[in-house]
Design a protein around this ligand. Structure first.
Ligand SMILES: O=c1[nH]c(=O)c2[nH]c(=O)[nH]c2[nH]1
Length: 305
């Protein structure tokens, strides 16, 4: 008997990059761009390549890369949810021994900007680290999980955030505050209810209706609005409220997860110079450690009906 057994495996290509330009049909001067980074991993009858050095079932990762780029050329990549579904169904349809496909597409945020009050037709600002992401896991059975997210949207508010009333014990040094700086890199994930979306082949039609862009815009707007407008009791309370609002606004969303670092800014001590800093003006951006707070929020059973 063999000493070991392969319990799971998956393989493919990561960091496949392209930029695609879309020209308006009536005015080709009006353009859009998507810069994307794609991951595709395959599952299926590949065990012998690991256990017997038999490469015959392997679709080379180089072929996976070529496929992503050819599909980027020949099919519509707007929005990324549509392109993820296209990639997923392609691999299942083309290779009978592929049983599952994982796709992750990360989109850079290129935004058009104004010159003399006029939105430019084909000039864009790269808005830093912020990304729009979609993740798909699609199985030959037809089952799939689709989620989308915002990552590395860095925000800060200089007041309108509190933290007090927490557990106090002999390890506690933190002072309660009714006015602090709150800053985080937003990582917000909303998973779609597959039953409400229907078959994976329905995703393209839903994309035509603008559904995925609308949910993305809604999630981003709710996150930014609530961050600004709510006098935050804690990261925990604010993220829960954001997630609840997204569930209320987007019927097709099954649950919402946030993962938020609490990026601390500590009030500097100028007492050595005889200076008071009680007016909360000068802070030290502490690179580490940071708080890290995560939650997933779904509809309560009553509201699922
Ligand atoms: O919003 C917060 N949540 C915490 O759990 C926590 N813990 C801490 O030290 N500061 C904060 N702030």
């Amino acid at each position: 008997m063999a000493y070991s057994t392969l319990t799971s495996s998956t393989y493919g290509k990561d960091n496949v990059k392209f930029l695609k330009v879309k020209k308006n049909a009536t005015n080709p001067e009006v353009q859009d761009v998507i810069e994307a980074t794609v991951l595709v991993l395959l599952e299926g009858a590949f065990d012998q390549s690991y256990t017997d050095a038999d490469n015959s079932p392997i679709v080379p990762t180089d072929t996976v890369k070529n496929t992503i780029l050819v599909l980027a050329k020949t099919t519509d990549v707007w929005p990324i949810e549509r392109f993820a579904a296209k990639i997923g169904t392609h691999f299942i349809e083309k290779y009978a021994h592929v049983s599952g496909v994982t796709v992750k597409i990360t989109q850079d945020k290129w935004s058009k900007y104004n010159v003399n009050g006029k939105l430019q037709a084909h000039s864009f600002i790269h808005e830093g680290a912020e990304k729009r992401i979609t993740s798909l896991y699609y199985k030959r059975s037809g089952d799939y999980k689709l989620s989308s997210s915002i990552k590395d949207l860095t925000v800060l508010k200089s007041t309108g955030s509190q933290f007090h009333g927490y557990n106090v014990c002999d390890f506690t040094t933190l002072k309660p505050t009714t006015d602090r700086i709150l800053s985080t890199d937003v990582d917000s994930v909303w998973s779609f209810d597959s039953k409400k979306l229907g078959s994976i082949y329905n995703i393209s039609k839903l994309a035509d209706s603008g559904l995925f862009d609308k949910v993305y815009e809604t999630a981003r707007e709710i996150t930014l609005n609530r961050f600004a407008l709510e006098n935050s009791a804690s990261v925990q309370a604010t993220m829960y409220n954001m997630a609840t609002e997204i569930l209320q606004a987007a019927e097709v969303v099954q649950d919402v997860s946030y993962s938020l670092p609490n990026k601390h800014y500590f009030l500097m001590d100028f007492s050595w110079k005889g200076l008071s800093n009680t007016d909360d003006q000068v802070f030290y951006p502490s690179p580490h450690p940071n708080g890290l707070i995560k939650c997933t929020v779904a509809r309560s059973v009553k509201n699922k009906l």
